[in-house]
Write a protein that binds this ligand. Structure first.
Ligand code: PLP
Length: 362
């Protein structure tokens, strides 16, 4: 880099931003893509045609409805959001995490979450110049109730994030422990239910019981990742404050129309989720029989597994060489020797399994 640019960058770009590395997304090329928790199933032709005819008349010359009212109504119905709760939509739940943290941003405010968990909580906390405290999960990836409550008492966090089910571990945390955390927290508790379509548990029904509880959802893992649409539900008073951080028209015309259309075909999306759940059970059983592999329970559309010591990165590369892209989580700490594989189509899962068996035999 020329010296004068470097000097200006050092002068003006905030140090916390200089220290971050950009969120890296690998190029899958033609590989079987089992790294990003996407739904592998598309739509039948007749449904695509119906959708395209709707888009044909989309008023692209106009700004979208700023409140996305019609879409919000559909989302409230399909996600069972209590009538009394307020709702904000975001350009993915990532944008909602950003709105929450911008609303709370203050150099003395703490964001608390267990570890390992979804990486965006940490990244966005850093963007916002706040302090991030992580509390290790137990060996079985359950919340450490005592450590969480002690950390809440010590740090008085502005917000606690709990992914339910958790990414990348795949499990649901103990409900009673979460309730204790909500009761003990001086600030907000955001329960991030990105994987709700694949689990039978939710905190949505408890929104009326706790005034510091917010529940976040997304349509990404359900099969609409390309639309970028997430939502936050909770007490109207909190929602009104956070909504001030939302940029106008953040949900574009095409997303409003397409998501509204897709939600009218929830039966198809639910069927796809059911197939993914059935295949998850099959794959867990098959993986558990492989030598040196331990498999963690999953309530999500992915499986976390642990390989024999020191083997994970090599297995990941071998799979890549065989045309299957999964996620390598191997690093020092709790995820040492761990890999994460998204449930694909029934056929993709079997191709992955075959490639994995071959890699293990080498
Ligand atoms: C994937 C994921 C999200 C991000 O969802 P988007 O709506 O696609 O931004 C949020 N939380 C968790 C825990 C996730 O795994």
């Amino acid at each position: 880099m020329p010296d004068d640019i470097e000097q200006k960058i050092n002068q003006w770009i905030r140090p916390v931003i200089r220290q971050l590395s950009a969120y890296h997304v690998p190029d899958p090329g033609n590989m079987i893509k089992l790294d990003a928790m996407e739904n592998p199933y598309g739509w039948p032709e007749d449904l695509k045609r119906e959708w395209l005819s709707l888009l044909h008349d989309a008023p692209l010359n106009r700004y979208p409805d700023p409140g996305a009212r019609e879409l919000s109504g559909h989302l409230r119905d399909t996600m069972g959001i209590p009538d009394t709760a307020g709702v904000i939509l975001g350009n993915g739940s990532d944008e909602i995490i950003q709105m929450i943290l911008l609303a709370l941003a203050h150099p003395e405010h703490v964001v608390l979450a267990p570890a390992p968990t979804f990486v965006m909580y940490h990244m966005i906390t850093k963007f916002c110049g706040m302090h991030y405290v992580s509390v290790p999960l137990k060996d079985d990836f359950q919340l450490d109730s005592v450590a969480m409550l002690t950390a809440i008492e010590a740090h008085r966090p502005a917000v606690v994030f709990l992914a339910y089910p958790n990414n990348p571990t795949g499990n649901l945390f103990d409900e009673e422990t979460i309730i204790k955390i909500i009761e003990a927290s001086p600030g907000l508790v955001v329960v991030d239910e990105a994987y709700a379509p694949f689990s039978d548990a939710t905190f949505m029904d408890l929104l009326g019981s706790f005034d510091n509880l917010l529940v976040m959802r997304t349509v990404s893992k359900q099969g609409l990742a390309g639309l970028r649409l997430g939502l936050l539900a909770g007490a109207v008073e909190w929602i009104n404050e956070i909504d001030k951080l939302r940029l106008p028209y953040n949900i574009n015309v095409l997303t409003q129309l397409s998501a509204g259309f897709a939600l009218q075909h929830m039966d198809m999306l639910d069927e796809q989720a059911q197939r993914i759940k059935d295949d998850r059970q099959t794959l867990i059983q098959q993986l558990a029989q492989l030598p040196g592999i331990s498999v963690y329970p999953s309530a999500a559309n992915f499986i976390l597994l642990r390989t024999a010591a020191g083997k994970a990165s090599d297995l990941f590369c071998q799979l890549k060489g065989r045309g299957v892209l999964i996620k390598n989580l191997d690093s020092d700490g709790a995820l040492k020797d761990c890999l994460r594989v998204t449930i694909g189509t029934t056929e993709e899962n079997q191709l992955f399994l075959q490639a994995f068996r071959q890699a293990l035999e080498k």
